[in-house]
Structure formats: structure tokens, C-alpha cells
Design a protein around this ligand. Structure first.
Ligand code: MG
Length: 347
């Protein structure tokens, strides 16, 4: 009996892990694009994350379904919504050889800004907000940045939290329960934000993208990959795909995100892959340190030729900003979003 008492929790744990990993692998309906615009009728391709399984008999339902139709596997905006509608909600159902599938999506009116300014950990340096706080995100949105970047770690019980370092005030995020972490305060008095709360705050608007960095776990590769699954589950559950673009230093994390969703926008941070290598692996772009880009200036043009996006971090020097703007990079990640916005407005 004593033996059973010892073994049973271990077996339950292993069973939960196995079910968890199976659930995370379940294929889903995905879209190649999550925005709509009065300027184009095609929204994007409706596909399945398992490329070996085709979708058949696609049916649209939900509150805004009447505005759309499906034509040759593409989602088409059939009728313009009211001008003040910032997003439309839609359920897509289909048949597969393995049975029926369905998923809910939020399609967002494309009013996203294109001014290249990505606020690094939000806008905190001149606003008084703590970096990676929801307040810093709100400042970046209010300022009109194209994107606001933030860092994600995962608690011991698999809840993603927003913080740059793996520890906050000596407490390890990866080794602590979410209940303990929720009681921690940032220096501006805000609670340590969960990814869920952070995304919900970012989804109140449709001008600033959310640049989500998946941090490699101090517990190793398996935990980093588990975080990738968890993040994507939450993004899907909240229907946040239109807002979120991914970045990571961990190449395997980037590849796992692509495996979970072939249309995901993911840029690599670590600076050790050429544009040709990234293009061959279907990356959205590179997001490299300024020193790496200064050393490999030809990578900018090569990336542009390969239709990869170019993002450079962390660019706080005015001359470096000017040089990158001349090179027509796509994004500049900075702790000085105010300065860069001012430069852009004068161009
Ligand atoms: Mg970061």
C-alpha cells in the first residue's frame, strides 16, 4: 500500500504530461492572415496546421460570419462592416479525414502603424513605468509605436509571466508556483503581469503590434519548448493572432512555433544565421543586435532580397537610428521610442 502511495502520484504526473503533450500536438485550423481592410477583399488562406490533412466542407458561423465567404480555400470579405468596427468574430468549421474541426478567430481591421518603432520592453525610460509592465505597454500604445516588445517566462505550474530576467527579486519564475508569482510586485506597484493579462490589455486597440519574446528556460530545452506550446495555446484561446509576432534567441523554439503554426511570424534573435539560412527555413525575418548588423552590413540587403523583415536591437544612439533608417530596415527596437518617433515624423 505504501508503495502504491509513492508510485501513484508519479504515474498520475506522467499520465498528465503525456496527455498534455498530446493535446499540444493536436492540429488546428489556421489562417495565413488575421487582418481585414476596405482596400482588399481577400483575408487569407484557411489551412490546417497538419500539412498532411486537407480541410473539406468549410463552414463559417458566429456573429460576423455573414460578412464573409469562402472561395477556393480562401477567406473572402464579402461585405464591408460598419466603419467603426475594429474587429470581427468568426467561427470556422470543417471536415477532415479524422473528423470535424472548428476554431474561433478575431479578424482585426488593419490600422496597424508602420513607423518602424518597436518599444523595447514597452515605453518605460521616460514615462516612469517599469520595463515589461502593462503600464509600459500602454505608454507605447498611446505614443503610437508600431510594436511593443516584451519577454515571457513560465512558472513551475505552466503559467507564462512577463519579465526580462528569469528571476524577480531573487524569486525564480521557472521554479515558483503562479500563486507565489502573482503576489510579486514590480517597482511601479503593478503585479508581475501574466501573459494573459498582458495580451488582454494589448488587444484593446488595433494600431500597435505585440512583439512576444519567448525566453529560453533556465530549466532547459524541454521547458523552453513547453513554454512555446503554452504561449501559442493562450494566443489562440484569446484570438490574439492578429496582434502577436514572435521572437526568440532559441532556434529550436522558433522552429517549434513554425511547426505549431506554419503561418506564424517569427524572427530569430541570436545573430548566427545568415538571411539565406533563415529564408530557407521560412522565417519572417531577423531581429539582430546592432553590433551584429554593423559587422554584417550586407545582411540587410540580403534579407530584403529574400523578403525577410529586418529588425535591429537595442538602438538608442541617434546616429545608429539615422543609419538604419537610411538602410530602410523594417523595424528598430529601442529604449528611446520618443526620439525615434520624432525622427520618423521629420522624414
Ligand atoms: Mg526581449
Amino acid at each position: 500500500m505504501r508503495m502504491v502511495n509513492k508510485i501513484l502520484p508519479v504515474m498520475v504526473f506522467l499520465l498528465m504530461m503525456a496527455v498534455g503533450s498530446l493535446l499540444a500536438q493536436v492540429a488546428q485550423i489556421t489562417l495565413s492572415n488575421y487582418t481585414f481592410s476596405p482596400k482588399r477583399t481577400s483575408v487569407g488562406v484557411i489551412a490546417f496546421t497538419d500539412p498532411n490533412i486537407a480541410l473539406q466542407k468549410i463552414v463559417l458561423s458566429g456573429v460576423d460570419a455573414r460578412l464573409f465567404k469562402v472561395k477556393q480555400g480562401k477567406l473572402i470579405l464579402n461585405q464591408q462592416p460598419a466603419a467603426d468596427k475594429k474587429w470581427l468574430d468568426l467561427r470556422i468549421s470543417a471536415e477532415t479525414k479524422n473528423g470535424p474541426v472548428s476554431a474561433d478567430f478575431r479578424l482585426v481591421k488593419d490600422e496597424f502603424l508602420t513607423n518602424k518603432v518597436i518599444a523595447h520592453r514597452g515605453a518605460w525610460k521616460h514615462t516612469g513605468a517599469t520595463e515589461n509592465s502593462i503600464a509600459a505597454l500602454k505608454h507605447a500604445i498611446a505614443m503610437g509605436c508600431q510594436g511593443s516588445e516584451f519577454d515571457v517566462h513560465m512558472s513551475a505550474d505552466s503559467v507564462p509571466f512577463i519579465n526580462h530576467d528569469p528571476h524577480l527579486g531573487g524569486v525564480s519564475i521557472a521554479k515558483s508556483a503562479s500563486k507565489t508569482l502573482s503576489e510579486l510586485k514590480l517597482s511601479n506597484g503593478e503585479s508581475l503581469p501574466t501573459l494573459r493579462a498582458y495580451l488582454e490589455n494589448g488587444m484593446n486597440q488595433n494600431q500597435t503590434k505585440l512583439i512576444l519574446e519567448i525566453k529560453p528556460s533556465e530549466l532547459g530545452k524541454a521547458s523552453s519548448l513547453a513554454l512555446s506550446h503554452k504561449v501559442m495555446d493562450i494566443v489562440r484561446e484569446l484570438k490574439a493572432q492578429a496582434w502577436v509576432e514572435y521572437i526568440s534567441f532559441d532556434y529550436d523554439v522558433c522552429k517549434e512555433l513554425q511547426r505549431l503554426d506554419p503561418y506564424v511570424k517569427v524572427a530569430y534573435l541570436n545573430g548566427d544565421k545568415t538571411p539565406a539560412e533563415l529564408a530557407a527555413e521560412n522565417f519572417y525575418g531577423f531581429d539582430y543586435n546592432l553590433k551584429v548588423v554593423q559587422k554584417n552590413k550586407e545582411w540587410i540587403k540580403q534579407a530584403q532580397e529574400q523578403k525577410l523583415t529586418v529588425n535591429v536591437w537595442t538602438v538608442n544612439d541617434p546616429d545608429a537610428m539615422d543609419w538604419l533608417l537610411e538602410q530602410q530596415v523594417d523595424f528598430i527596437t529601442t529604449n528611446e521610442p520618443e526620439l525615434l518617433l520624432k525622427k520618423i515624423s521629420k522624414l
